[in-house]
Design a protein around this ligand. Structure first.
Ligand SMILES: [Fe+2]
Ligand SMILES: [Fe+2]
Length: 490
């Protein structure tokens, strides 16, 4: 009997899942794949062809070339896989950027390796990759770019190689975390200073006292000019990062913070034309930020995503309850649940149009459809049933997709809990608030909305606690403080 029940449950689950759009994997067109593959082949040829220029050429030499060629080709493939793993929504443009930078470095090594320090060739691209694609991708890129030297005659000093790896790793790790252009500038000053000091200590020939500044500079002229060149190239890279952002659709932390500026025209419009939605957005930002901090997600991403998630309501602000002043509800006048459901869906479609018009990065635009997922518009579905309309439940569900990341899933949960928590009685206990939060989250989970988000049970538990903490803060704010009659103290 139990087996039959389980089978029915499974069948019901499969049927329910078949009613919602399935997860769309990121598609990279065949042409893009072919171009990427050809660039990888080019990188492998450039990095290994010098092995074939030996005369006389023996079979072991050809074998050694083939080995190096295959090694570089596989490494390039691994690099692409790592970048896809770290950035599940990576586009073909961004993969182009990674491998083109690798190609450029390999060409630069051939042309300039004898005259320019490897630090100036490898560290600046690592900064761009770490800013746009994250630290792990940057570290993978650095390891490939540092290991393969196309010209076998160029032998790099072991100490210099060590300094290169340390500096490039520091830039890769910090570059992924840096949150402002000012910090980037600091990095472009301190890394060259660090590289200069370490080169001076590990490879500098003369230990001339710092008191005789001129002698010191002259004796370490190469190291000094290399470090100066590194600083200049890094500064230029920082100047060009905004251009890379727009050409390759990169989403750096600095760009995220710029987008989160509440003076941005779209956000200003939201605050003026849909004040209720704006207030709802701010509260959700608080809930989502706290929950993301608890599970260790990307706080800047969710804060910015939350800010833009309901911008689509600008197309018809008074059709949404939070912007109605209690006078009349246009849905009542319309008295057509199917049309009302279309208006609700339109806040997602129009939001995506606003995102395109305002050139919002894809990762931010994803919050617009995914915060609604394929949720059922229960109120209007019920109304349609009461009217005995011939309806399909699918017409009363958002078009999706369901949340594809932890951040968009948290936003969906925050969106669901916000109104309920705001409406809760000020005297409600923590237990009651937690029960309300748990019910809402459970219903989303049961509906299959969290299936693609990768949220674990432990993380969902932490999200509940985070929402509760925010509710406690809201309740605390609403408690009126006793004031003295003459109000003489502050
Ligand atoms: Fe919404
Ligand atoms: Fe919302």
């Amino acid at each position: 009997m139990q087996n039959i029940t389980t089978t029915f449950k499974k069948l019901f689950y499969l049927w329910r899942r078949s009613q919602v759009p399935v997860k769309q994997p990121i598609k990279i067109s065949r042409i893009d794949n072919l171009i990427i593959f050809l660039v990888c082949i080019l990188i492998s040829i450039i990095s290994s062809y010098k092995l074939l220029l030996i005369s006389p050429l023996n079979i072991p030499d050809i074998f050694s070339w083939l080995l190096t060629f295959t090694e570089i080709l596989i490494s390039s493939g691994v690099l692409i896989l790592v970048s896809k793993k770290e950035n599940p929504t990576i586009s073909s443009r961004q993969i182009f950027l990674i491998i083109t930078l690798l190609l450029a470095v390999q060409v630069a090594k051939l042309a300039l390796a004898s005259s320019i320090s490897p630090l100036s060739m490898i560290i600046p691209p690592a900064l761009i990759i770490s800013q746009g694609m994250g630290s792990i991708t940057a570290l993978a890129w650095v390891s490939i770019a540092s290991l393969f030297w196309p010209d076998p005659e160029i032998v790099i000093n072991n100490n210099l190689f060590f300094i290169l790896l340390v500096c490039a790793s520091i830039v890769s790790l910090l570059g992924g975390r840096i949150r402002s252009r000012a910090q980037l500038l600091q990095l472009s000053i301190f890394v060259p200073i660090g590289s200069f000091l370490s080169q001076w200590i590990l490879i500098g020939k003369d230990n001339i006292s710092l008191i005789y500044k001129q002698d010191f500079v002259l004796a370490n002229r190469d190291i000094f000019s290399d470090s100066l060149l590194l600083a200049i190239v890094m500064l230029f890279t920082i100047l060009f990062i905004p251009i890379f952002e727009s050409i390759f659709g990169l989403l750096t932390k600095a760009r995220l913070l710029e987008l989160a500026d509440k003076e941005k025209p779209l956000i200003r419009r939201l605050s003026l034309e849909a004040p209720g939605t704006f207030e709802h957005t701010l509260l959700i930002c608080g809930l989502a930020e706290e929950a993301t901090r608890m599970i260790g997600g990307d706080i800047d991403l969710i804060k910015t995503g939350a800010l833009y998630h309901d911008v689509g309501k600008l197309h018809a602000p008074n059709w949404f309850i939070e912007n109605q002043d209690g006078s009349k509800n246009p849905h009542d006048e319309l008295d057509d649940p199917i049309k009302s459901a279309e208006v609700l869906q339109a806040h997602v479609d129009e939001g995506l149009k606003f995102a395109r018009k305002n050139r919002l990065p894809k990762l931010i635009a994803n919050f617009i459809p995914e915060h609604q997922g394929t949720l059922k518009m229960g109120y209007f579905f019920q109304k349609a049933k009461e009217k005995n309309l011939d309806i399909n439940e699918y017409c009363f569900r958002y078009k999706g997709p369901i949340p594809q990341s932890k951040e968009t899933a948290i936003l969906m949960l925050a969106d669901g809990c916000e109104a309920a928590l705001r409406a809760m009685n000020i005297n409600a206990s923590d237990k009651e608030a937690l029960a309300t939060i748990s019910n809402i989250i459970y219903s989303r989970k049961k509906d299959g909305q969290l299936d693609d988000s990768n949220l674990s049970k432990g993380e969902i538990f932490l999200i509940k606690r985070a929402f509760l903490n925010v509710w406690k803060r809201i309740r605390h704010r609403r408690i009126q403080y006793p004031t003295s009659k003459n109000n003489t103290f502050s």
